[in-house]
Design a protein around this ligand. Structure first.
Ligand SMILES: [Cu+2]
Length: 505
């Protein structure tokens, strides 16, 4: 960062604190020069040597293990340096759960962190009191019994913390894990498995000289979300993965706080999207690149048959991200393709049956203004700004002009009701991946040119809403009565207020 720009940014942060208000920040955001300064300060990605093998988090042994724990341990991510990370085991991330539909989870969770936390099972349709509601937290040293039955389709789900105003920093410190559900329908497809089924989470991080994660977002960085300049995959910096020259199945989570990736291969090869957040699509769709926003997952098949003994990269390509993101291309990980595989695989024409929800059956349409509406508020209470316990202050973002308050019930929904929810970012300047708990949804329509992309043809729990867009989703709510949240999965946005409560009654 150039010194002149640094002074401008820190000056801006200081002024925000002194004037203590969102009205000043609104002026700052509308000021073109300030906007340019924020963008010119974006860090350039620092690429590694791609010499570290891709680690796979160990599998969670559900038969013989009755507990798990969030704790801090030191690991080596950058060569010769120590990073104290958070994880659900000894290291960054957490053990991978692989369960079958119908399995029962009954685990005692222990919080061995120095701050409150909880566990949100992202994409699982489970009772409200097991779902990691932001104000239901486990104190340091405390325990909580997570108990629920898996009752949903196969898919790549994940688990991560969700405490009010502490989610961003706890995920950044390393708390996240895979929760893979299998079922008969998916098993029958005999998709590539074993060594050819590779699950990984991509995350950007910044490091201090010492090797520790550098996470101290300024107010300007809370506005856009926080970006790192080192790409980690399963906690390893720019790793490589050896694969067979045949079909491989890649299950990818975007576990980044704010960064959207435009995933593609450096050899320009096609890949086949077979699944999304909540399992298989109806039919495979072949693409050359796809956007994956924070919280979203992609399940893809990729045929490396013609790449025997070649190396190439999974990378993120330039995309139109409303001036906020997508202006830089960078490599994420290397694939080293070995000899030809002996296994044969024929891509099925049909993957699953996805019954489209008929919009005419919707009893209600709710519109959520996500154009950073809280910036227009001048009634933000000082207490709301002051109540922050973590690194991010409440109040810079909101939904419908209101920043999150765990004690307020914003929306009430009748169990079993079919509703259309519209996320309106038409006057917004930020990227918002919108996510809600307790249900899956279908994407009905998106205004503008992007249309509905391959991953959005199946069941979703997170949908990317670009600046200028309106996106409509439809769902039939479950019978699991209780409180859940709707929020932006840009975690800096979430923690500064871009979340609301809804209850199913
Ligand atoms: Cu957002």
């Amino acid at each position: 960062m150039q010194r002149k720009q640094f002074i401008k940014i820190t000056g801006a942060t200081g002024a925000f604190t002194l004037l203590g208000g969102t009205s000043w920040l609104l002026q700052s955001c509308n000021n073109e020069q300030n906007k340019k300064d924020m963008l010119s300060n974006a860090l350039k990605m620092i690429e590694g040597d791609f010499n570290t093998p891709l680690p796979a988090p160990p599998l969670f042994d559900l038969k013989n293990t009755k507990s798990f724990e969030a704790k801090q341990t030191p690991v080596e991510i950058l060569k010769g340096k120590k990073t104290n990370v958070y994880g659900y085991y000894e290291g960054m991330l957490g053990k991978t759960y692989i369960v079958n539909n119908g399995d029962v989870i009954n685990l005692q969770f222990t919080n061995s962190l120095p701050q409150v936390t909880n566990v949100h099972w992202h994409g699982l349709i489970i009772p409200s009191d097991m779902d990691g509601f932001p104000s239901r937290v486990t104190e340091p040293g405390g325990t909580f019994q997570y108990q629920f039955t898996i009752n949903q389709r196969a898919g790549t789900y994940w688990y991560h913390p969700h405490p009010d105003m502490l989610t961003a920093e706890q995920v950044m410190q390393g708390l996240a894990g895979f929760f893979i559900v299998r079922d008969e329908e998916e098993n029958a497809l005999k998709l590539p498995n074993g060594e050819s089924e590779i699950a990984f989470v991509i995350q950007d991080r910044r490091f201090k000289e010492s090797g520790e994660f550098d996470y101290a977002p300024t107010d300007a960085e809370v506005m856009t979300g926080f970006f790192g300049n080192y790409m980690l995959v399963n906690g390893a910096y720019n790793p490589y993965k050896e694969v067979k020259a045949g079909w491989n199945r890649l299950r990818i989570i975007n576990g980044s706080n704010a960064r959207v990736y435009n995933l593609a291969f450096s050899n320009e090869q096609d890949f086949v999207v077979i699944g999304s957040d909540a399992g298989l699509l109806a039919a495979p769709e072949t693409v050359k690149s796809i956007l994956l926003s924070p919280g979203e997952r992609i399940d893809m098949l990729v045929d490396f048959t013609n790449e025997a003994n070649n190396d190439f990269f999974l990378q993120s390509e330039i995309f139109n991200g409303g001036g906020v993101q997508g202006r830089e291309a960078f490599k994420i990980m290397k694939f080293k393709v070995g000899d030809k595989s002996n296994e044969t695989f024929t891509l099925p024409a049909v993957l699953s049956v996805i019954k489209k929800i008929n919009p005419s059956g919707a009893s209600k349409t709710r519109t959520f203004d996500i154009s950073n509406a809280s910036m227009h508020r001048n009634d933000m209470k000082d207490s709301a700004v002051a109540k922050g316990t973590g690194k991010i202050k409440m109040g810079l973002h909101g939904i419908n002009g209101i920043s999150y308050d765990a004690a307020v019930m914003n929306e009430t929904i009748t169990a079993g009701a079919t509703e259309i929810w519209e996320f309106n970012n038409s006057s917004g300047g930020q990227i918002h991946p919108m996510h809600f708990h307790g249900n899956h949804f279908q994407v009905l329509e998106r205004s503008g040119k992007r249309g509905i992309i391959a991953t959005e043809t199946g069941w979703k729990d997170t949908v990317l809403v670009m600046p200028g867009e309106k996106v409509k989703v439809i769902t039939t709510f479950s019978q699991l009565k209780g409180k859940y949240v709707l929020h932006c999965h840009n975690l800096e946005h979430e923690d500064s207020g871009m979340m609301l409560n809804f209850q199913i009654v």
